[in-house]
Each structure stands twice: as structure tokens, then as C-alpha cells.
Design a binder for this molecule. Sequence first.
Ligand code: FES
Length: 348
Amino acid sequence: MSTQVATSSENFLHQHGPEAWAQTLADLLPSIHEVDRHATQIWFAFFPLALLRALEQSPDPEKLAQALLLQGNYFLKDQIDSSHKFLYGHRSWPAVKQAVAEFAGTGATPVGAQSLDRAIRDVTARVAAQTGVEESLVVGITAVAFMTLQQVGAEAFKAAPGTIHIDAKHARKSAAQVLKERARDDGQGLFGFLRTTDKKWTVVFDENDESRRFKMVQMQEIASGAATDHRDWHTLDARCTVNEGPIPVQCRSASCGTCWVGVLGGADNLTEVGKRERRQMPDFGYIHTDEPRPLIRLACQAQGTGPVSIVIPPWNGVFGKYLRNAHDASPDSGNIDAKNSDAPNFSE
Ligand code: FES
């Protein structure tokens, strides 16, 4: 962690824990453009504040990371400019980053009087006025920038170059174009209407790169479709098994949590969450919801009935049960039994 003295802006942010952030995100969602509504929620699921805090507060973060089976790149500090490149609002990152860096440098400004929601909306309005981009396209990426600032600290945040990580051709696409491409149904050829079980659907796993897609057969799991892509993904992401495609997998039976993905578009083109996926997701820590087709799925369980656009997170782990136990054992929880218990229990 940075040894720099925290500014009042940072102190303001640090007053906001996971629950306050969840409420703020829920309040902001209706103001976020459709193109980024799912993407913003997925980003917040990919970079949970509670997990970072657990690592920071641990006397031995490396040991804890091993216990939680964390693999890949789970620290935002290593990807300040790039973690959100799947948001449409990434195109506004340079201006948003600069405005949030200014917020972080406000020093003695009495920002403590503002709500988090208000602070995010103020910066959004300023960036929109300055760039001419509509506010709804900026609010999601601004929320992401505030959370990034909170997790990495002002020093690292300001030091990041603030560059865009998509090429000029894709950066030029309008939000309407991106939504249209997401909603495009795969043609099944001239006699597609005759096809039943052998329909093939496109899975896009990077909307800003035409080469990042593979096919899955009707009712095939996303991860099985990915395994037909034999390009060298292992070199790009060591978690990927050689010849098993771009989605990291280990068990293929909802046991390891390696294969989690965010669903940007086409969530309804996946089968409903089954019993096992439902039971495991909260223990992995990825999502806790009763929705039949949520935005975070296990790729080895979700089967395709149409095209989808997904995002592959840069890391995976099993931390849900640990965070639940840690929360129950905290002095504020009022849970006497948990407070008196020993280390987190992974065996339940
Ligand atoms: S590969 Fe293990 S949960 Fe999907």
C-alpha cells in the first residue's frame, strides 16, 4: 500500500464500504446508458472492494491469496487504465481519469459534505460538458474511476497514463452500433429454419477485436464451445490450459470457479442457472442473486441458445465464504458465535 498521506478526498472515499458502494451503484444504474448498464455492474463484480480490504488487512496477504485460490491478475493497481476497456465509456477514460485525479487532489476541499452519488454525478456532468459526450455514456466509467481511485490510492491513480486501450476503428463506433451488433442474431444459413440441434451461435469475448470469438453449438456449454478454439491463449493468460480455448477451466463441473464470465449481451440466450451453479456462486464470491439468468455465469454450466457477448475476468478465486465469515466476525455484525470462532471455515 502507498505510504503517502491520504488526501481528504481519499478519506471521503474510504468511508464508503462495499454496502455503501452497492447502494450507490443501484442509485446510479438508471442514469447509465443501456450500452454500459451491464458492463458497469460486471466491472464492479470483477473488482470487489471487500476482497481487496481482506487482503490489505491480512497479516500475510500472500498466504491469504493462496488460501483463497486466487489466480491471475486480481489487483486493480496493475490495470488502472485497462480493466474497464469493455465499457463503452472507456472511450472517455482520459477525460474522466483527469477529472477524478483533480478530485483526488482537492486536499482540503470539504468533500466530506457530499454523498458518493453526488460526487460521481458532479464529475460526470463536468466531463460531459467538457467533451460533448452525453452524461449517460460517462456516468458508468466515472463510477469505475472513483472505485479505482479508492482501491489504488491517489498516487498510483494519478501516475497512470490515462490512455485508451482500444483501437481507433472500434473507438469510433457509436453506442447504437455496439448495441445493434450485440443484438444481432446469428444467421443459420439459407436453410437455417430447418436446423434444430446443430445450430451454431457466436460467442464474442472482446467486442473490440473481431478475432476474439468462437462458435458454440445449440445447448453446448460456453466453455465447451471455447475449447474448440485451439489458438495459443495460454501465452496470453497462463490460467488457460493449452488447447482448451480462451476461457480458463479446471473442473468443468461448477467446483473450481475458474471459468466465471460476465455477460454483456445475450444473457437471455443462455440457459437458466442450474442447482449446482446457484449453490456454488455465492461460495466462490462472484455473485449472490436469485435471477434466473444473471450477468455473471460459470461458462462450464451455462448453455447457449443464441449468440452472446461475454467478458473473461483476469483472475479467479474462491473467496465468498471467507468474506461472509469475516463479515460475521467483525465487531459491527453483532454475531457473537462468529466473533468467537477461529479462522474462516472453508469446509462447510
Ligand atoms: S471449470 Fe470449474 S467451475 Fe467451471
